[in-house]
Ligand binder design. Sequence first.
Ligand code: ARG
Length: 456
Amino acid sequence: MAKMWAGRTDGVTDKIADDFNSSISFDCRMYKEDITGSMAHAAMLAKQGIIEKCEADRLISGLAEILDDINSGKLEIDMACEDIHMFVEEVLTKRLGDVGKKLHTARSRNDQVALDMRMYLRAETDGIISRVTELIEVLCDKAEEYADAIMPGYTHLQRAQPITFGHHLMAYVQMLLRDRERLSDCKKRMNVSPIGSCALAGTTYNTDRRFEASELGFDSVAANSLDGVSDRDFCLEFMSACSILMMHLSRFSEEIILWSSWEFRFVELSDAYTTGSSIMPQKKNSDMAELIRGKTGRVYGDLFALLTTMKGLPLAYNKDMQEDKEGVFDAIDTVKMCLDVMTPMIATMKAKTENMKKAAQGGFINATDLADYLVKKGMPFRTAYKISGQIVAKCIAEGFVLETLPLDIYKEYSELFSEDLYEDISLEACVERRISEGGTSVASVKKQIEDARKLK
Ligand code: ARG
């Protein structure tokens, strides 16, 4: 069948070329945006006297019917069409006759597709933002539950200093708060209307771009028509924000995987978010966390594919840009799916606080506090640091930990040691003393939770 754009050519293309060229199999998911965009366009054309008011009314109710029919399943999207824009226009013209052919006045598919993408993405960005918010809330609740559960904090994956599990979880809350802010921020630049840029140069018709934009909930209009149809940095910004978000989910997943291992046994995931092995009966695998970690690579790939597509394109529209959609859609689907699994997985995760505590007790993670004890009694920090190190070596050699090493041995290293040192190096005291803003003391963690909950 000849294409709607038949004219200079007969519009008959080779079947393989047709399939290659077509985007309807994936851009069909923007049908709502395409139709609502067209309704606003018809209204603008009538307001400006470019078409008759009664024509616009017919176009708008025809479009509304198409939308209802697709929603109800009465109208099936025809995969033989080139793209969703052509499909809607073809159905409209079939149903209304010649008036349908007036819809595309003062418009091009180039600004139309940019409009649809922006509308689609802005709604999806909101969906992701609300999912991130749910995860933040779940993490705050967990952090509150475990605000005083002592665990080892690590650097280089070596036990470093005692912290609380609540404190550790709140670190992720901070990352997610920034992710949420990045997503809202990129919405500002996304919410600019390209419609009216037309093919590339603007139009000779007396259009009202601002009216059309505000009908569709945009904050402003693209200031340059070439940029309006050529720019995909709103997609790139969105996928960058998604990539950073996924990187955070991936790091968290990695910790969950480690913590659920028999070596750590710090957390127990609910059976609902784990799998078994087909051969090893003892297994309880953290597949969901592993998949979130794995899918992170895919979202990075989506970002890099589009960055690469865009890097050599001359202005204005080039068909290469049709390649923006699958990556963006994949990033949206992947991020949403990961958050939908992550949130209930965390909500149902239980900490094994006894094991955390045991691990915290075994690793000399109060050695800094031992040095601080001597400093408090008047010794210079470097000397105190050295003596504490020697005492740790002694403990390792003789099978003690700092809490169990007898006072007379301590005294061999310094006369400043007395009975009160044991209270001072208890893990609880070590945690409680870290009262600096953002530190691990219970009060500080509770303050972090309170502040995070206030941010909306
Ligand atoms: N399907 C196309 C896309 O996604 C729509 C724009 C087509 N414009 C054109 N001049 N061929 O990019």
